[in-house]
Design a protein around this ligand. Structure first.
Ligand code: MN
Length: 430
């Protein structure tokens, strides 16, 4: 079935600013609450949020096999369960309804009032009830930088790294939506020169600029997913900030890997941009040498040209852009990640979130974490307000942005934001 929604010639009868992330060719999915306290599944065109439950009730999805209440939910899980064919039918229909050439909805002013909201009048909610969260480590540049800093340049990449997409199982309970404030974590660390571990607020809180993808049910426990089929089970992508406490991480990570340094918070952007919408921006992934094992081999353009940015906005000050990078530099593709994840028979479920790992390019300004940007704090970043940053300060807001652009259309993810609050221990006075 064709993805007619992506037609670059389409224009919407809704106003869309030139540099909007949300032209009619995007049609992402999210969940929002209106000022009248109604929770609904919706989409976005320009600066309008569109209530899909209301649109469905008014009969505009006629002919598409959907249950009556599919959009009257506080998560997208049931819709994701409907499968790729339905995602595509719905997205194509929405594009048709809001196309300038189509008068079916455009002329129904009473209906429009019911379904349309100013984006500033709604609040975005978590789009998915996330079951499991896995975070990969798929940027060769990032893994090399971290390996160099934590070990040495000679052994920066461990021998397995070039043969498999490394990852770890994260925590889903602390995944939050963009805008939610993050508390600086307490924990153990072992500062240089110290004789024993110390306990207190982390001094080295960092962001990790990542993308995440969300899946439908893909395989039963004990079965694998052939890499050629992995694409059928990926619903879409979000921006992801994998907040990290580097001092806690350095002390705790051997022998089992990330734990409390990572699970205090993960922020995702609210609109899930579908893989269908991202199709025009597919590009070749980096050449893999050595050649991966057969179960990880996939022909074609399997990466995506997504321009990414990270900014730090201190309290009451202007922001400073600290990184510009691109998703296409990732060594391991999302299809390889998913095939590898299931190759032992681990079941991939509805609403799972898979993080890419920090996305770092090959130049200094394209690193996806403060750890790399300031080289472990040895090269502080100069901020636009005159201050300096080695890591994140209390009151700083981290903003991630991402978009795809070809000669015809720009689509994007909006923002993934989170403000760091000062640490608080249960024994602290209020
Ligand atoms: Mn990470």
């Amino acid at each position: 079935m064709k993805i007619t929604a992506n037609d670059p010639k389409r224009k919407s009868w809704l106003k869309v600013n030139k540099n909007s992330d949300f032209p009619i060719q995007n049609i992402p999915f999210g969940v929002f609450i209106t000022k009248n306290d109604i929770v609904t599944i919706g989409t976005r065109i320009g600066d309008y949020a569109i209530d899909l439950a209301a649109l469905h009730q008014l009969g505009y999805f006629e002919g598409i096999p959907l249950t009556d209440d599919i959009f009257m939910q506080d998560t997208l899980n049931d819709f994701i369960d409907d499968g790729r064919k339905t995602w595509r039918l719905v997205r194509n229909r929405i594009a048709d309804l809001f196309d300038n050439e189509n008068t079916k909805l455009k002329d129904q002013s009473k209906h429009i009032v019911e379904i349309l909201f100013d984006i500033n009048e709604i609040e975005m909610l978590m789009p998915v009830a996330i079951g499991d969260f896995t975070d990969f480590y798929s940027s060769k540049e990032h893994a090399t930088n971290v390996g160099t800093m934590f070990r040495d340049a000679e052994n920066a990449l461990l021998p397995n790294w070039l043969h498999l997409p490394a990852g770890y199982h994260g925590r889903s309970s602390s995944i939050v939506i963009s805008g939610k404030k993050i508390r600086r974590p307490y924990g153990q660390s072992f500062p240089k020169g110290s004789k024993q571990p110390v306990f207190g607020p982390s001094k080295l809180v960092d962001f990790e600029l990542e993308m995440g993808f969300i899946t439908s049910v893909a395989n039963k426990l004990g079965k694998q997913i052939p890499i050629e089929e992995t694409e059928d089970y990926i619903f879409g992508m979000v921006l992801l900030n994998d907040w990290s406490a580097r001092d806690i991480q350095a002390w705790e990570y051997a022998p089992l890997g990330p734990f409390l340094a990572k699970n205090f918070a993960t922020t995702i952007s609210p609109w899930i941009v579908t893989m269908d919408a991202l199709q025009p921006y597919r590009v070749e992934s980096p050449k893999q040498d050595p050649k991966p094992l057969p179960y990880l081999q996939l022909e074609g353009n399997n990466s995506y040209d997504i321009k990414l940015q990270a900014a730090i906005k201190p309290k009451k000050e202007v922001e400073t852009i600290v990184s510009n990078t691109n998703f296409k530099s990732m060594y391991w593709t999302i299809y390889q990640q998913l095939a590898h994840h299931a190759v032992n028979g681990c079941n991939i479920s509805n609403g799972d979130l898979y993080g890419s790992g920090t996305i770092s390019g090959s130049t200094e300004g394209s690193y996806g974490s403060m750890l790399e940007l300031t080289w472990k704090g040895t090269k502080p970043i100069k901020m636009n307000d005159g201050s300096k940053r080695k890591f994140i300060k209390d009151g700083d807001t981290i903003i991630l942005r991402g978009y795809c652009k070809n000669d015809k259309i720009r689509i994007g993810f909006g923002e993934c934001k989170g403000k760091l609050r000062k640490a608080k221990y249960f024994k602290d006075k209020e």
